[in-house]
Design a protein around this ligand. Structure first.
Ligand code: SF4
Length: 343
């Protein structure tokens, strides 16, 4: 590989990564950027040759986000980008349900997930069989599923939502009884939101919790407030209700990014996945982000090495497939979300 081009690539990487704090608390060094430059350089060349698009969730590592990605976003933004993609190959850096969703919204494309499988405690917290049982129990309810669910679960629900549109979609629903799954904390937050707006609906929660966001407690907020009284505390609606209510701002990942950019505060405690802090640091170099972010180990399974292997046609990383019958019904619930989110 051309030495000058690699040097240039390392400098490009250092320019974006140099201001970001790594998981070990250190800043990215030029030496580290030199080490990964051969990988990012090959990926960026091959993805053009193969007509591939790399879509990356904010929770993946900064090397992937800033080194090789074409689209970076939260679940909602990336599902829209995947639906609009014209490339032949979609490489989705995230967890399994996200890559499955990309395949659902753009079935003609070859979709790959670099780690082959990456779980999510929410998507794994409820099965299609359990949803079928709930449907018998609540025959009149509207079934609303968070996007963090398997295609089989989505296929049984009326509408899919993400944290970016859930409050609007549920508030605008004509149904009085809603079964919301698989995030019990988000269901509680929706209930609190509806009550604050004077909207009467019965929210029935099923499923589990996000094993990253459920760890935040009021104690974390207390500690931040004692040490950094000037800090703004922001969190994701996958957090516990009391944490959301005690925070200065609670919103989807994209809403948190917008809030930080638009507010004049200088110090923030972000109660969410660590990856978003890297993006915040890059976008807001003069602001300070306290080391409060927790890590989603499954998101970190995405590696540059595996992205390169996909582009080299390594058959050990298989295409993401969804059963045809499941796909038809699951797509209906996703399209209902796109329609509802436009209102
Ligand atoms: S952060 Fe939580 S919700 Fe997101 S992928 Fe990881 S386990 Fe799932």
């Amino acid at each position: 590989m051309n030495k000058d081009l690699l040097e240039q690539e390392a400098k490009r990487l250092y320019k974006v990564l140099g201001q970001i704090t790594r998981l070990d608390g250190q800043k990215y060094s030029l030496d580290y950027c030199k080490k990964i430059a051969p990988l990012t350089s090959q990926i960026n060349t091959l993805k053009k040759q193969k007509n591939a698009l790399i879509l990356t969730h904010y929770y993946c590592s900064p090397e992937i986000i800033f080194g090789v990605s074409d689209e970076v976003g939260d679940s909602y933004g990336l599902s829209k980008k995947a639906a609009q993609a014209r490339q032949d190959i979609l490489i989705f850096c995230g967890v399994s349900f996200m890559a499955q969703t990309a395949k659902l919204v753009n079935p003609a494309k070859k979709v790959f997930l670099p780690p082959t499988y990456a779980g999510c405690s929410l998507a794994q917290s409820i099965t299609a069989k359990e949803v079928e049982e709930l449907k018998k129990e609540y025959p009149k309810a509207q079934f609303v599923c968070y996007i963090n669910s398997t295609a089989e679960v989505k296929a049984l629900c009326d509408v899919c939502v993400t944290s970016a549109n859930v409050f609007d979609i549920v508030a605008n629903s004509k149904h009085e009884q809603i079964v919301f799954l698989p995030d019990i904390f988000m269901a509680q937050n929706i209930d609190a939101f509806l009550q604050s707006k004077g909207i009467k609906k019965q929210i029935i929660a099923a499923g589990g919790t996000c094993c990253v966001h459920d760890k935040y407690t009021l104690k974390d907020i207390e500690i931040v407030k004692q040490k950094y009284p000037q800090a703004k505390i922001i969190c994701h609606p996958e957090c516990r209700k009391e944490v959301c209510q005690a925070s200065d701002f609670c919103g989807s990942t994209s809403a948190m990014l917008k809030y930080v950019k638009e507010t004049s505060a200088e110090v923030f405690a972000v109660l969410s996945e660590r990856g978003i802090i890297a993006v915040l640091e890059q976008e807001n170099p003069t602001k300070t982000f306290l080391p409060t972010g927790r890590v989603c180990a499954q998101m970190k399974l995405n590696k540059l090495e595996d992205i390169l292997e996909i582009l080299k046609d390594n058959k050990d990383i298989p295409e993401v497939k969804v059963d045809d019958k499941v796909a038809v019904s699951a797509l209906k619930s996703i399209n209902a979300m796109f329609k509802g989110a436009q209102k």
